[in-house]
Design a binder for this molecule. Structure first.
Ligand code: NAD
Length: 323
């Protein structure tokens, strides 16, 4: 049995669905917050609820009492902690949400599970913890530097995991995914945001004149890898990048979009914004040594799949951003 936090979010949804398809029981928790349209989270939940192996609790894990009420009935399970307040730019606007949903929530969860019978704990951190590095590809042992408050809270969460679980007999892993994209993606992230702008014929701002490079990693690859990791034992806490290790310039992504959509894109090139990493390019060597990975989904194919999903998704108004 797995406990998945953030099961109605983008990555949590794909993670939960993969487990349910394998007929594994999942207890899913999500506060269904309104960082982006709650309706999109409900659409994802609707799919998960079709599986009899799934139980859902609408719950804020920063609420100790309510969390303990659910955990009291669970025994012998694996935990994948995905719930968080994500987003770089929003962390300058509403830092409190990051403190509560990342630091406080993770602290609460760890305190609540520490004495339970659990065999695995996986914390989903982020590549943002690396900030702007000089050496590429970025290895897991690079010095962490937060250049925004989101990254700062993710580093704090990693430290909490180390503090609470280092001496416990629980296989613990911290994973740092790099720019995840795919169907049911987050509306505030580049790919879905772009698709939404194209649909509304709005001009898109391309920051850093399109020169940012991102190590785009397809969501189905990410959750498959986390599943594999959850089946492997380790005595010391291990940290893994999850990335295709093939960075692509945003200008190149725009070319791909024009080709796949067969239309000219209306965009405005703008200077860099504060707090954004210029290049994300991770090393996946350690990961590949630990689990068997055949291939990462090629970005062009992944984009094509995402566009196909987007075109068929009926409730496109759910991608409109209000933040
Ligand atoms: N999407 C990416 O590219 C990416 C890359 C690196 C790391 N990550 C990390 O992966 C995780 C998931 O990201 P995502 O893109 O799926 O984001 P998401 O916002 O779609 O999912 C997070 C979910 O957690 C829930 N949540 C937030 N605070 C909660 C709380 N206190 N209690 C219960 N539920 C709560 C939200 O309602 C949401 O459904 C985050 O930890 C994020 O930092 C994401």
């Amino acid at each position: 049995m797995y406990l998945i936090t953030g099961c109605a979010g983008f990555i949590g949804f794909h993670m939960t669905k993969l487990l349910l398809k394998k007929k594994i029981n999942v207890v899913g928790i999500d506060s269904l917050n309104s960082y982006y349209a709650k309706g999109l989270k409900l659409e994802r939940l609707k799919i998960l609820k079709k599986y009899k192996y799934f139980s859902f609790f609408k719950l804020d894990i920063a609420n100790k009492k309510k969390l303990n009420k659910i955990l009291i009935n669970l025994n012998n399970f694996k935990v994948i902690h995905i719930a968080a307040q994500p987003g770089v730019i929003y962390s300058f606007k509403n830092p409190d949400s990051y403190y509560k949903n990342n630091v406080l929530a993770t602290d609460n969860l760890l305190k609540s599970i520490i004495n339970k019978n659990i065999s695995q704990f996986i914390f989903v951190s982020s590549s943002s913890v690396y900030g702007n590095q000089k050496k590429f590809p970025i290895k897991e042992n690079s010095k962490l530097k937060s250049i925004n408050y989101y990254a700062n809270t993710k580093i704090k969460c990693e430290n909490l995991v180390l503090k609470y679980l280092s001496k416990k007999n629980i296989s613990t892993k911290i994973v740092r995914p790099f720019t995840v994209y795919g169907p049911y993606g987050r509306p505030d992230m580049l790919i879905i945001k772009f698709l939404n702008y194209f649909r509304n014929n709005k001009a898109i701002n391309i920051y850093n004149f399109g020169n940012h490079m991102r190590d785009f990693t397809y969501v189905k690859d990410v959750v498959k890898i986390i599943y594999q990791l959850s089946n492997k034992k380790n005595s010391k806490i291990k940290i893994f990048n999850i990335c295709a290790s093939k960075p692509v310039k945003i200008n190149k992504i725009l070319d791909y979009f024009e080709k796949l959509l067969d239309k000219k894109i209306n965009f405005k090139r703008k200077p860099k914004r504060k707090g954004e990493m210029e290049i994300t390019y991770g090393s996946n060597t350690n990961l590949k040594k630990f689990v068997k990975i055949n291939n990462f989904t090629n970005i062009y194919f992944g984009l094509k799949k995402t566009i196909e999903w987007y075109n068929e998704f009926p409730k496109k108004n759910l991608f409109n951003l209000h933040k």
